[in-house]
Design a protein around this ligand. Structure first.
Ligand code: D5M
Ligand code: FE
Ligand code: ZN
Length: 572
């Protein structure tokens, strides 16, 4: 055991002092403690390549944080010394109530006569005096372009169970695109042809509005006498030549042609390095007789989106992975308490009070058999029971928040994208909650006029693995690139299974106000030409599978768009 622990730290470039090592070994569950500490260090204070020397004081500091959290998670019981994260496994066996409205706690609150309608009290937080002692004052500043990450204040007020009330909030909620019932594919080759034809038509419509491409040729019309070439085509192949230029093979519905990108044309060469198979581009080139030399590559692109007024807050999450042993239930419970106005400082509660929508971009549950040996990391080994547990946890959220859920690759939907909404058959208890809307992946909704494209993000794996300079970690670059390409998963037939529908629903026909994604388990935010691009991270600590790919998740951090301003709240 002790060698295993040392190895875990060494693997991540962390050097343990002898005192720190002895301290960890003296704990109740040293291995779990070590894994959590590694995740915390690597996802918060340091980057994955930093070398860290860990002394006893850092271990003590982490133990202290866990004690505070343990106090809050356990109410009056301050006796256990470790984070309830570790206690969670034993809690799993406690009986679950599917209908939150009849849970013991809510009954107690009603008996105690707390006026749940008291809006002022809710807003002001109504903190108990003892909370002050346990308030963590530090605010964590993000070190990157993400802006400020605010640690949620560890103060709890008397519970106010707003989900017992009839909601009187007015929602202007519309589903703009839900492909759940639009799956016509029979898997025939003719479908594949229609699918690509549709992709080409949609994107060439967008491209042909660009002044440089208003007049363009069909490939079959190009002759030796055509000097200037302007075409719109799909990339069949892109490869390096032996002199390190790039050769693009591009085709349209009439023919195909090879175009060379010269390595000395640096800007163009850099752009060509981000091209992928099966994407649709505009290409300007010069015909030199024996060779066609590219002069411009044109993406469908993103025009600046004007800012819309937003007088409420929308919360984004994904990759909760309920049912996994690595699901951070305590952090998630704190999150739902915050939504209900029962957690955080006054300012944080004010934000919670403004929340109208909660979007969940897939991987609500961990599913079964998604990757090899997954069952060893499952706390719940039945998909319906996983959704029952999800219903129990989401059922705690006040009913005047509309929750919109799309599936991810761990959910019980078909794996090929577009994925239909999570079927009721497996998630009956979730369907019983009347503030949830289920949509496809991808799906588009209008939240009081704010157009939001939600995509789980499986297509990101292909981009991260094949495009130079792209990684899961900097997924905002992937989101930007995909918006420019106006396709969520352009590469056909590799990691991301795509269903060859008659229409390609993964084309981004219209640029949204918000582009919300998940899957990578790493929070990122960027405002790109007015589009809020958000990856909502995860509530799951690093899995064995993610260790292989060296993916270090950012756990328990929840993005919020509050009246148009981005904020990220940390629940661990
Ligand atoms: O994905 C969890 C993490 O694992 C996320 O960062 C993507 C990464 N991942 C998942 N599948 C793959 C493949 N096939 N290649 C590379 N990286 C991958 P989750 O969907 O939660 O399991
Ligand atoms: Fe996930
Ligand atoms: Zn996923």
């Amino acid at each position: 055991m002790s060698a295993k622990i040392l190895f875990k730290f060494i693997e991540k470039g962390i050097n343990l002092s002898p005192d720190a090592y002895n301290k960890i070994l003296s704990l109740e569950d040293p291995l779990n403690f070590s894994l959590s500490l590694i995740v915390k260090l690597k996802s918060q204070k340091y980057s994955k390549n930093d070398l860290i020397s860990l002394d006893e004081s850092i271990v003590d500091e982490f133990i202290k944080t866990l004690e505070v959290e343990s106090f809050q998670a356990n109410g009056e019981d301050n006796s256990s010394s470790l984070n309830s994260d570790f206690n969670r496994k034993s809690n799993k066996n406690s009986s679950t109530t599917l209908n939150p409205n009849i849970s013991d706690k809510s009954e107690k609150i009603i008996e105690n006569g707390i006026n749940t309608n008291d809006e002022k009290k809710y807003k002001n937080g109504n903190q108990s005096s003892s909370d002050a002692e346990f308030k963590i004052k530090d605010k964590i500043e993000a070190n990157s372009d993400l802006g400020k990450i605010e640690k949620i204040d560890n103060s709890i007020s008397d519970e106010i169970k707003r989900n017992l009330l009839e909601p009187n909030t007015q929602f202007d909620f519309k589903i703009i695109q839900d492909t759940s019932k639009k799956s016509y594919t029979s898997g025939e080759i003719s479908n594949l042809i229609s699918y690509f034809k549709n992709r080409y038509e949609k994107l060439s419509n967008i491209l042909s509005k660009r002044p440089e491409l208003k007049v363009h040729q069909k490939i079959s019309d190009i002759t030796n006498d055509t000097k200037d070439i302007n075409i719109i085509g799909i990339i069949k192949e892109i490869r390096s030549t032996k002199n390190n230029h790039k050769m693009i093979e591009i085709e349209d519905d009439t023919g195909e042609i090879s175009v060379l990108v010269h390595k000395d044309n640096h800007d163009l060469f850099n752009t060509s390095e981000k091209l992928v198979k099966d994407e649709i581009i505009g290409l300007l080139a010069e015909n030199k007789g024996n060779l066609i030399i590219a002069s411009r590559i044109i993406h469908p692109g993103v025009q600046r989106v004007p800012e819309k007024k937003m007088d409420f807050a929308t919360v984004f999450t994904s990759d909760i992975h309920i049912g996994s042993l690595t699901f951070l239930e305590d952090a998630f419970v704190k999150f739902t308490k915050w939504l209900n106005g029962n957690f955080g400082n006054d300012n944080q509660r004010e934000i919670a009070n403004d929340v109208k929508y909660l979007l969940i971009a897939g991987d609500i549950v961990d599913g079964i058999g998604v990757y090899p040996n997954q069952e060893k990391e499952l706390a719940i080994k039945d998909i319906t029971t996983q959704y029952d547990e999800a219903a129990r946890l989401l059922g705690e959220i006040r009913s005047d928040i509309k929750i919109i859920i799309g599936p991810g690759n761990h959910d019980a939907s078909r794996v090929a994208e577009p994925q239909p909404a999570i079927p009721e058959k497996y998630a009956k208890s979730l369907y019983e909650l009347n503030n949830i809307e289920f949509i496809s992946n991808p799906g588009i909704v209008s939240l009081d006029g704010i157009i939001t494209l939600m995509y789980h993000g499986r297509g990101f794996d292909d981009i991260a693995m094949t495009v130079k300079g792209m990684s899961h970690e900097k997924n905002e670059l992937i989101m930007e690139e995909l918006l420019n390409k106006r396709h969520l998963a352009p590469i056909y037939g590799e990691r991301t299974p795509l269903a060859s529908e008659l229409e390609d629903y993964l084309v981004v026909d219209n640029v949204p106000d918000i582009f919300h994604t998940g899957h990578v388990h790493i929070n990122r935010y960027k405002n790109y030409n007015g589009v809020h691009m958000i990856n909502s991270g995860t509530f799951q600590t690093q899995t064995e599978f993610q260790k292989i790919y060296n993916i270090v998740p950012t756990c328990g951090e929840v993005p919020v768009l509050h009246k148009g301003n981005y904020k990220q709240l940390k629940f661990i």
